[in-house]
Every structure is written in C-alpha cells, then in structure tokens.
Write a protein that binds this ligand. Structure first.
Ligand SMILES: Nc1ncnc2c1ncn2[C@@H]1O[C@H](/C=C/CNC(=O)c2cc([N+](=O)[O-])cc(O)c2O)[C@@H](O)[C@H]1O
Ligand SMILES: [Mg+2]
Length: 214
C-alpha cells in the first residue's frame, strides 16, 4: 500500500525543514500543502491570526482539540513562554503518530503533551491527569459538530476561567453554525469574528475568538 497524506507531509518536513527550527517546519508544511497536496492545517493566513491572539493571551496552559498532523501544535507551542504547556487531543492513532514526529522534529516535544483519545472522554480527566486547574487558551479545530458539546463540557468541568480565550477554526468553511449561535448569543462570552480564507485557497473562512466572562 502507498503512503498516506500525513506520511507524505512528514516526509516533506524531514526533507525541507531544519531540525529544531519550528519556523522551518511550519514553512515546509505550508509550501507542501499549497503547492503539492492540500491538507486541513489551519495554514499560513489564519495562522497569522492564531499567532497574534496567542501573543496577546500568552497562555500558561493551552488546549488544542484535533491535533491532526501537529501543524497548529507547532504554531502554538513555538510561541509559549518557557514553563507553559500545550495539551493537544487527537483520537486517530495514525495521525497522532505523525504529529508526535512533526512536533519532535520542531524540537517542541517538551512543551507539548499529545494525548490520544476522544475529547469527550479526555476533557473530564484533565484535572486529575495533568493537574490542570483551568485553561487560558483553547484552540478548537476538530470535528465541527463537536465544538458546542466540548465547549459545554469545558464549562461543566470548570476548566474555563474569567478571561479564558476560545479560538475556533473553520467557523465559515466547512462551518460551525451551531457554535457561532452558541457563543454569539451568550452573555457568558464576548465573541469576535476574524475574517480570513480557508487554508491554501481563496475560499472565505475565519476564526471566532470568544472570551469567557464567567
Ligand atoms: N472528538 C475528537 N477527539 C479527538 N480528536 C478528534 C475528535 N474529532 C476529530 N478529531 C481529530 O481532529 C481532526 C479533525 C479535524 C476536522 N477538521 C475538518 O474537518 C476541517 C475541514 C476543512 N475543509 O474541509 O476544508 C478545513 C479545516 O481547517 C478543517 O479543520 C482529525 O485529526 C481527527 O482525528
Ligand atoms: Mg481547521
């Protein structure tokens, strides 16, 4: 059998990026996905918005839902301050295996805790397993119909505090209409849409930033 798209993405990183240099890993993936083979990374355009929100929040503990190949894990972890951590959740073992290698190639394995499993099962275990009191930042980029249930689960598990920032990918394409309704008409959130485009295309997409008000 041939290779998978994630395996080809890893190969592109090993061929074109410099070990221990997160920026070169990001560029290698963006080049490959723009010119060779599209893949569902948040990408370079929306990535700049992700970077600016992260720099503003400067989270001590960050959570990512939907690691896929680790592109946004690298984007996030490279901007974390020394003792900060990113916990990223991925339930597909094949994707998780590739993501571990891409995160390690970037030299960020000490800042990223990749947990294999379903967000619905793992979110309730965050406190006991990782000693997390609450998250300062959450990046939602998994199945779009999980955005609302997992946001509610984070609330119910007391994992959001006043000022926690949720940043959701793909709220336009493929779209997360229920999520937009949930965070926009909700007194507990201050929400704002950042227009951009679907990764590596001219199709409209964007990120929704929602601050939990308590
Ligand atoms: N409950 C859960 N717990 C743990 N891991 C989970 C999960 N649900 C999904 N995942 C993982 O998250 C990734 C899915 C992303 C869906 N994105 C997408 O479907 C997507 C599609 C397009 N697109 O079609 O243009 C563009 C994009 O930027 C996208 O993120 C996959 O790696 C999947 O295994
Ligand atoms: Mg996405």
């Amino acid at each position: 059998t041939g290779s998978s798209r994630p395996q080809r993405m890893l190969k592109a990183v090993q061929k074109n990026a410099t070990k221990g240099d997160p920026k070169s890993v990001i560029s290698a993936i963006d080049y490959y996905c723009r010119h060779k083979e599209w893949a569902m990374n948040v990408g370079d355009d929306k990535g700049l918005i992700l970077d600016s929100v992260l720099t503003e929040v400067n989270p001590s503990t960050a959570l990512e839902l939907g690691t896929y190949c680790g592109y946004s894990s690298v984007r996030i972890a490279r901007l974390l301050s020394p003792d900060s951590k990113l916990i990223t959740i991925e339930f597909n073992p094949a994707f998780a295996a590739i993501a571990r290698q891409i995160i390690a190639y970037a030299g960020l394995q000490d800042k990223v805790i990749l947990v294999e499993g379903a967000s619905g099962d793992l979110i309730p275990k965050m406190k006991e397993r990782f000693g997390i009191k609450s998250f300062d930042f959450v990046f939602l980029d998994h199945w779009k119909d999980r955005y609302v249930p997992d946001t509610k689960l984070l609330e119910d598990c007391g994992l959001l505090k006043k000022g926690t920032v949720l940043l959701a990918d793909n709220v336009i394409c493929p779209g997360a209409p229920e999520y937009l309704k949930y965070v926009r008409n909700n007194p507990r959130y201050e929400s704002r849409y950042y227009p951009s485009n679907l990764e590596y295309t001219k199709v409209e997409d964007g990120l929704e930033k929602s601050v939990f008000l308590e």
